[in-house]
Design a protein around this ligand. Structure first.
Ligand SMILES: Nc1ncnc2c1ncn2[C@@H]1O[C@H](COP(=O)(O)OP(=O)(O)O)[C@@H](O)[C@H]1O
Ligand SMILES: [Mg+2]
Length: 395
């Protein structure tokens, strides 16, 4: 296979912050960037030489992108399969249709993982409110998730009692949904894997992640977990990557239960919020790694040079009475501010993140949370953003 060398053009289906950060990395390496996104003011626009404004089911627009790009990748999995097929007819599409098709439907994804024998919590595909009710009767507390389009905890309803099934069914639009047993989580980790067209893979060390109401609050690397768990998670993620045959990146989100069991939560065929710290202390950022993988260049080292952490900045930071105290926040040693250039702060909208490096994971996390505290003391008070002691769990 011939590599796609600098000077070539990379196309992105999706121009959000993941596309923007990958585009920055690609630009640094000498590639040109084109983007397709429904929002004319998308975050990646500033980095692209051309932005096509069209919905993700617009085949003609996607073909236009494909025809002027040497390779097309994506930063969002909700792209209609017909669009993926149309792109693949005109240029290299990486990742390809097959893994994206499996991943983009939560039920299809869970059923595929189950059929391949990967470890999962209990789940049910519910086709009616009665199915949701039966699932809660059988499993106790559950989370119902819409099959498509849910992210950052959106499109999810938590249920404690079977009586809540009808409301949950309605809230999810009265459509077939995935119902998962609520897992008793000790901690959450993710593992990022990159894979080239010929099958060469690079596996990152796990990231330890904390969510508040289904949305990522902070992530830190190294994860400070038992080395055996780290290795187990890395081999699980590599096995999934190989089996699904993806080219590009695959993020594998995992739960470690209070019983010490490692379970797959979900997959993402693209850069992932939990690896934004890879831009700071790792030999190769996830964004550069995606460029290398889809251009069929040698993959970079996944070594952690400095423990690194990030905290997400949601729209709430800009909706407070006081504007954020940027100067004060950036006085924290090792900290950096990343903003995605999005106009219009809304509650829950990811506007940027803070990052920090440190001598230990604990110090990096402490620094980034201190930076956040200084940036927006009002916001931190209203969020569950505590700093845990990253002691090695027995699990
Ligand atoms: N079955 C579950 N048991 C316990 N917590 C869960 C479960 N499913 C999701 N969560 C929590 O909600 C978060 C977001 O859910 P997830 O399915 O990953 O959706 P999203 O696509 O929004 O990331 C998870 O990271 C976890 O903290
Ligand atoms: Mg998730």
């Amino acid at each position: 296979m011939t590599p796609i060398l600098p000077g070539a053009t990379i196309g992105f289906l999706g121009g959000g912050q993941l596309g923007r950060m990958t585009a920055f990395a690609a630009r640094s390496m000498g590639y040109d960037i084109q983007v397709l996104d429904p929002d004319a003011a998308c975050a990646a626009r500033a980095v692209a030489s051309r932005t096509i404004t069209a919905p993700f089911d617009d085949i003609a627009a996607a073909v236009e992108l494909a025809k002027s790009c040497d390779v097309v990748t994506l930063e969002i999995e909700q792209i209609h399969p017909d669009v993926l097929d149309a792109v693949a007819e005109h240029t290299a599409l990486r990742p390809g249709r097959a893994p994206v098709y499996i991943i983009q439907d939560r039920i299809r994804q869970k059923e595929w993982l189950h059929a391949q024998g990967f470890p999962l919590g209990a789940f049910v595909a519910a086709a009616s409110a009665a199915d949701v009710e039966a699932a809660v009767r059988e499993h106790g507390a559950c989370i119902a998730k819409s099959t498509h389009g849910g992210y950052d905890g959106r499109g999810q309803v938590r249920l404690r009692e079977p009586e809540q099934a009808a409301d949950a069914w309605e809230a999810l639009g009265g459509r077939t949904c995935l119902v998962e047993k609520m897992v008793s989580i000790d901690y959450e980790i993710s593992v990022m894997v990159a894979r080239r067209p010929g099958g060469e893979m690079a596996v990152y060390p796990p990231s330890r992640n904390h969510h508040t109401s289904g949305i990522l609050t902070w992530a830190v690397i190294p994860a400070v977990i038992a080395p055996e768990m780290s290795e187990k998670a890395q081999s699980l993620a590599s096995a999934i990557t190989e089996r699904i045959g993806i080219v590009g990146l695959l993020a594998v989100e995992c739960f470690v239960t209070t019983e010490g069991e490692l379970l797959v939560n979900e997959l993402a065929p693209r850069p992932h919020n939990t690896y934004h710290h890879s831009e700071r202390g790792l030999a190769t950022s996830q964004f550069e790694q995606l460029v290398r993988a889809v251009c069929d260049l040698p993959l970079g080292s996944t070594e952690v040079h400095a423990p690194s952490a990030i905290v997400n900045l949601l729209g709430e930071v800009w909706l407070q009475h006081e504007p954020p105290h940027t100067t004060h926040a950036l006085q924290v040693p090792g900290s950096r501010l990343h903003l995605y250039g999005k106009a219009g702060a809304r509650g829950g909208r990811k506007m940027g993140h803070l990052s920090a490096v440190g001598e230990s994971a604990q110090q990096a996390l402490g620094r980034v949370l201190e930076s956040y505290r200084r940036l927006s003391p009002e916001t931190i008070a209203s969020f569950d953003v505590h700093e845990p002691v990253l002691a090695r769990s027995t699990n």
